[in-house]
Write a protein that binds this ligand. Structure first.
Ligand code: ACO
Ligand code: ZN
Length: 165
């Protein structure tokens, strides 16, 4: 069943279904150096469909976000053990950027992980990725840590997180 979450002009923001995954993988290959197996996409969709979201314009996929949930130590509370949503990957095709699609994807995934009673939401992002860092900051994420040589090419990541409630 297709669940439309919001409409941004001619762009539909909706939950992903299995038949979207090939297009999601294509966007990932075009936009990011981190790639995953088919099985990984399928397992994220099976485990957290509430926060696996696509953006589509006239039948063309232009963006996605996919997430998972985990239990672990809080990024905010000392010694707290919490349920966390984790943004695994988000991207919007180059030609469709700066129109609010990335923001809508993150906001709808926040709603999705809230439905699953997550206390916090976090992600890693390349320290040099200003567009993405600004997007997350705009939505209330804060830099909690710098992860040394997190990426295969040696670049550091920022761990950014937000408390949900
Ligand atoms: N310069 C400055 N700020 C920017 C820029 C930019 N080029 N792009 C986005 N922002 C910030 C702004 O604050 C913007 O709000 P504003 O337009 O009101 O100023 C806010 O982000 C929202 O912008 P959107 O238009 O919603 O974002 P967009 O649809 O362009 O998507 C994204 C942003 C997903 C980061 C896109 O640039 C992209 O796909 N980049 C390549 C893939 C990538 O880097 N993904 C993130 C990796 S980290 C991870 O996956 C966990
Ligand atoms: Zn991660």
């Amino acid at each position: 069943m297709q669940v439309i979450l919001r409409q941004l002009g001619d762009c539909s923001i909706r939950r992903a279904i299995s038949s979207d995954l090939i297009s999601v993988m294509e966007i990932n290959l075009k936009t990011l150096p981190e790639h995953y197996s088919d099985y990984f996409y399928e397992s994220l969709l099976a485990e957290l469909p509430e926060a696996f979201i696509v953006a589509e314009i006239g039948g063309k996929h232009v963006g996605y976000i996919m997430c998972k949930t985990e239990y672990g130590f809080s990024n905010f509370k000392k010694l707290g053990f919490v349920k966390k949503g984790h943004v695994v990957s988000i991207a919007v095709l180059d030609e469709y950027r700066r129109k609010g699609i990335g923001q809508a994807l993150v906001e709808e995934s926040v709603n999705g992980v809230k439905l699953r009673k997550c206390d916090e939401f976090y992600l890693e992002v390349r320290c040099s990725n200003n567009e993405a860092v600004r997007l997350y900051e705009k939505l209330g994420f804060v830099i909690k840590q710098q992860l040394n040589a997190y990426y295969r090419d040696g670049e550091d990541a920022y761990l950014m997180a937000i408390e949900l409630n």
